[in-house]
Structures are given as structure tokens and as C-alpha cells.
Design a protein. Structure first.
Length: 563
């Protein structure tokens, strides 16, 4: 175990036993041989999901095509907006935040929200005529992505020339998807067809990740070369297996999850911190099922070890191994396991994508589960569709009964009397904790993911962590539905959920069809339907959910939760 530091003899022995099983059962070789029996007796959503193993080699042949398109975009556009969700949006977001945009290349924005205020905020920063919109979805039918495409396409047809609106659009999708045909009908300027045998959250090294990266000036050939080195590392077996970073990390995740140590806390250098959201999606959505799960705690800020429970272990990601040396010593001294991953340059990013993908596959084997499906993600979608159907039939959403209400908020899911909003949270969490083993708190915010709201929720998370000594995660809806949403419903029911929704100060119509002014629903209605659908799916899985709906002055309400 070259990169794992364990200060517990029993845990170290358990890890060594599992590594021995990895070797004796030839797990690394069988992954590369695409042996579906490692994860399931059925081939369903496995044999057609494993091309991430070799996509790096495959994409080398597409580098010139992608770079040629990036050069055209550079000459013509100042802004690029990627419209996507989950696996199609998180890798591009990581590239944009870590690399920025090279001089002369356009600025990349990612919209993976149905919040109308967030959509308007980004739109206000654009020169529409000088903006390329990339519609990115594997299935070609993701409701959020297609709704956003229809909105911006209609906006361009109304403000400019209907006949040329498609020139400002490109698509990334699987062959034969609904989006492929739609893009042809609307005369998109470019359609990239991805290898269909890759799941969305494993697609960072495919068209879904590399096209947006090239558009902001990233050297994608160098990224792929780094990824190929990582892939070779993840082939090491036998005595060399101790140098297989992906296998070692995967054994750690799987073994500890089976021991009830299932909170993977990420401590990451600021320069690489955006990678945490991508790791969170990959690991949580892949392992959170069958009453198990590895919960990544993104954005972890090191604090006193007394604030951490015994269900924690830590992954430190830093440049050249230089960061967090004292924090690492403190954690190990206090009995916590630490795994360290080091970057040398930002171009190691794709290598680290691959390490985590391989580790997730190994963890799935170790835990005895199928890491490539997401059964509970669909449950929230079904519930949201029911909410939308009800709205279309009655003109209103089926809101749950409230247990408390004042001029600022309405509250559902807890009826105790409290002096203030924060005390209400404390009482709800305290009661829920009494029913759970090794719980965590999940803040689910269906509001504008702007800097102020992110800062307020990060402060609230820090305050709750200090008070309860529990992991606290923050997710903005609906994007987290395609990420940790699977784990929330599929794990061992250890989550305590606080859902925050709000009235919208301004709303946006979703066109029924691209280019049409007819609209049967707004983005504000859609995001509230998604929140209601997620709450229903959580409740159907016997989860504890406190819903706080902000009627006005969201900043004041959020501030009152922190003070």
C-alpha cells in the first residue's frame, strides 16, 4: 500500500487481506478483459459501459477533428455555453475552472440548472451573437438540457435570423439519440457523436470532456497522453500491484465501506479543488445502492479531529505531495486513514480522472455491487414527471402540507416549535440522528448557485459540522440529482436531508418546441417540480426530509441560518 497510511493494525490487516483477494482472483486482469461477472451475473449496463477503459487511445484519432473545430470557434465566438447535466457537464466545468481560458480562446460557461435566476445571470454576461451553445447529453433526451437548448435557440431566432440560429449551436451525443436528429433538423453547425459504450459519469476522456476542453485552449493531446500513462499504471498486477494507484484506492474505498467507514473526505489544493464535484458524482452515483455507499465529502476544510467521526477517512490531493503535510500527520496520529494523490501539473488531470474511474470499478467489485447503473436516479425523474403532469392538468403543483409558516418561509417535515430557523434545523437533525448509525447531513438547495448562496451554504455546513461532528454535504438542485441523488436513496439510510427551495423573482418560459413562442411550463415551475419529485422519492425510501421553502428575501433567510 504505497499511498495509504493506516494507523490501525486491524484495519491494515483487513486491507491487506482484500488486496490479497484482488491479486488471487485476478481482478485487475479481469477488469481489462471486461469480465461482467465481477459486478453482476447479468451483462445489463456493463458490457455496453466499459469502453472508458480504452477511450483514451480511441480519442487520439479524433484530436485533429476536435482541434479544427476549436480553431473555428476561436475565430468566431467570444463565449461558449455548455448545456448539460451530470456526466456531460461536470468534466467541462472542471476544465473551465482549473485551466481557465487561454488568451484568444472563448470563455466557457456551464449551465446545469433549471433555476431561472441562474440562467438569467449567465445570459446577462453573454453577447448572444458571439456565443456558441453546446448541447451535451448522452441520451439526447435529458429534460434539463433539452429545455435549455429550446430556450436559447428560440431566443436567438427571435433576436436574429431564424434561418441561421442553428449556426450558433453544436451537439455532443450518442449515435441515434433524439438530439442527433434534432440537431440535424435545426441545422446545428457541428455534431460530435460519442462512443455509446460509456456511461455519462465515466465520459471525461471522451468527446463530452475533450471538446469543451479544446475550445478553451487546452492541449487535449497532452491530456490524453497523461491518461494513457495512468491506464498503463492501472494494468499493474502481482507484486507490481502495489504501484497500481487505481486498484489501491478502489480496494480502500470498498473495504472501508464494508467496515462501516464510508465517508470519503476530500482535502484538495485550491488549484485542483474543482475536481471534487466530479469525484463526488462518480463515486456516489456508482456506489450508493443496495443499502451501501461511499459518500464523498467535497469541499472538506480541515478542522480539529474531534469534529470527525470514526466513519471517516481522507483523500488528500495536492501538487507534488507538498500540501497538507501537518494536517496529514495530525489525522494519522488521531487514528484516521489517509490516502494521498499528487499532481505534478494541471495536465495530470485526465490521468487522475482515469485513476478514479478505475478505483470506482474496483470498489464496486469489492462491495459486491454494480457500479455502472443508477436505479434510484430514475425514481426522482419519475416523481418529477408526475408533478409536471399534475401542473399541466390543474395549473398548479401538488404542494405538501406545511407544518410551520411565517412571512418569509414555509416548512414541511417537522412540527416542533423553535425560536428561530437555525434552532429548527438543530431540533430536526437531533431527532433524526437518534434513529441512525453514522449519519450525515445533506443540504439540498434548489436555488441560484451564485457566489453569495454558495458562500452562505458553505458557512452553514461548517456551523452544522462543528455542532454535530457529522459530515455535511452541499448540493445544488437539480444538478445533484444526477450525482449524489442516487446515493441519497440507495445507501443505508444514514442521510438527514434539508431541502431548500424558493419563489423566483423572475421566471422564464420553456418553449414547447425549439423556435416556438408557445410554452406550457416555466423553468421556475420545472425546478420546483424537480424538488417535489426528489422529496417524494426520498420519502418513498423512508428518508428524513425537512423542506424549507423561502417565499422572499432568500439572502435574509440564509443569513439567519448561519448567525
Amino acid at each position: 500500500m504505497q499511498n495509504t497510511k493506516v494507523n490501525d493494525a486491524k484495519l491494515e490487516a483487513v486491507l491487506k487481506t482484500e488486496i490479497g483477494r484482488l491479486k488471487s482472483e485476478n481482478i485487475v486482469e479481469r477488469i481489462w478483459d471486461r469480465d461482467h461477472t465481477l459486478w453482476s451475473d447479468s451483462t445489463k449496463e456493463i458490457t455496453n459501459r466499459l469502453d472508458w477503459l480504452t477511450i483514451g487511445n480511441e480519442m487520439i484519432a479524433h484530436v485533429d477533428e476536435i482541434n479544427s473545430f476549436a480553431e473555428i470557434v476561436k475565430q468566431k465566438y467570444d463565449f461558449v455555453v455548455l448545456l448539460g447535466m451530470g456526466g456531460s457537464s461536470l468534466a467541462p466545468e472542471v476544465f473551465a475552472k482549473i485551466f481557465g481560458n487561454t488568451n484568444g480562446y472563448p470563455i466557457l460557461f456551464v449551465i446545469d440548472s433549471t433555476d431561472p435566476e441562474q440562467i438569467s445571470d449567465i445570459q446577462s454576461r453573454l453577447n448572444l451573437k458571439k456565443t456558441l451553445f453546446i448541447t451535451s447529453t448522452k441520451s439526447g433526451g435529458t429534460v434539463e438540457t433539452i429545455s435549455l437548448m429550446k430556450y436559447f435557440y428560440t431566443l436567438l431566432t427571435s433576436e436574429f435570423d431564424e434561418k441561421t440560429a442553428g449556426e450558433n449551436f453544436a451537439a455532443i451525443t450518442d449515435p441515434g439519440s433524439g438530439l442527433e436528429q434534432m440537431a440535424r433538423d435545426l441545422k446545428f453547425s457541428k455534431i460530435f457523436l460519442n462512443n455509446p459504450n460509456i456511461g455519462g459519469r465515466f465520459s471525461a476522456l471522451s468527446m463530452f470532456g475533450l471538446v469543451p476542453a479544446a475550445i478553451i485552449g487546452v492541449d487535449i493531446k497532452l491530456l490524453l497522453e497523461k491518461a494513457q500513462v495512468a491506464a498503463e499504471c492501472c494494468k499493474l498486477t502481482g507484486d507490481d500491484c502495489s504501484h497500481n494507484l487505481g486498484a489501491e484506492l478502489g480496494v480502500l474505498m470498498g473495504t472501508y465501506a464494508k467496515q462501516g467507514i464510508n465517508k470519503l473526505s476530500l482535502i484538495i489544493d485550491d488549484s485542483f479543488a474543482p475536481m471534487g464535484a466530479w469525484i463526488e458524482q462518480l463515486v456516489a452515483e456508482s456506489t450508493g445502492k443496495l443499502g451501501m455507499g461511499v459518500l464523498p465529502v467535497d469541499g472538506e476544510i480541515f478542522s480539529s479531529p474531534e469534529e470527525y467521526g470514526q466513519d471517516r477517512y481522507f483523500v488528500i490531493i495536492s501538487q507534488d505531495g507538498a500540501g497538507f503535510q501537518e494536517e496529514e500527520k495530525t489525522l494519522i496520529r488521531n487514528g484516521y486513514t489517509v490516502f494521498r494523490l499528487n499532481f505534478k501539473t494541471t495536465y495530470d488531470l485526465d490521468a487522475h480522472f482515469f485513476y478514479w474511474e478505475f478505483a470506482t470499478a474496483v470498489a464496486g467489485w469489492s462491495m459486491g455491487l454494480h457500479p455502472f447503473d443508477q436505479p434510484d436516479v430514475e425514481s426522482a425523474k419519475i416523481q418529477a414527471r408526475e408533478m409536471v403532469k399534475s401542473y399541466m392538468e390543474t395549473g398548479k403543483l401538488p404542494l405538501p402540507d406545511t407544518d410551520f409558516e411565517d412571512e418569509l418561509v414555509s416548512v414541511t417535515g417537522y412540527s416542533a416549535t423553535a425560536k428561530n430557523y437555525f434552532e429548527l434545523l438543530v431540533d430536526f437533525i437531533t431527532d433524526s440522528m437518534s434513529k441512525k448509525t453514522n449519519p450525515y447531513i445533506s443540504l439540498q438547495a434548489y436555488i441560484n448557485m451564485n457566489d453569495n448562496n454558495q458562500s452562505s451554504l458553505a458557512s452553514l455546513a461548517k456551523k452544522l459540522k462543528a455542532k454535530f461532528h457529522l459530515p455535511v454535504t452541499v448540493g445544488f438542485g437539480p444538478r445533484f440529482l444526477h450525482s449524489t441523488g442516487q446515493l441519497h436513496k440507495g445507501d443505508d439510510n444514514s442521510g438527514i436531508f434539508i431541502q431548500i427551495t424558493s419563489d423566483k423573482t423572475a421566471d422564464i418560459n420553456i418553449p414547447d418546441e425549439a423556435g416556438s413562442t408557445k410554452s406550457g411550463i416555466t423553468f421556475g415551475t420545472l425546478i420546483n417540480a424537480q424538488a417535489l419529485g426528489d422529496r417524494a422519492a426520498l420519502k418513498n425510501n423512508n428518508r428524513d426530509v425537512l423542506k424549507i421553502h423561502i417565499k422572499k428575501d432568500s439572502g435574509k433567510v440564509l443569513d439567519s441560518l448561519i448567525v
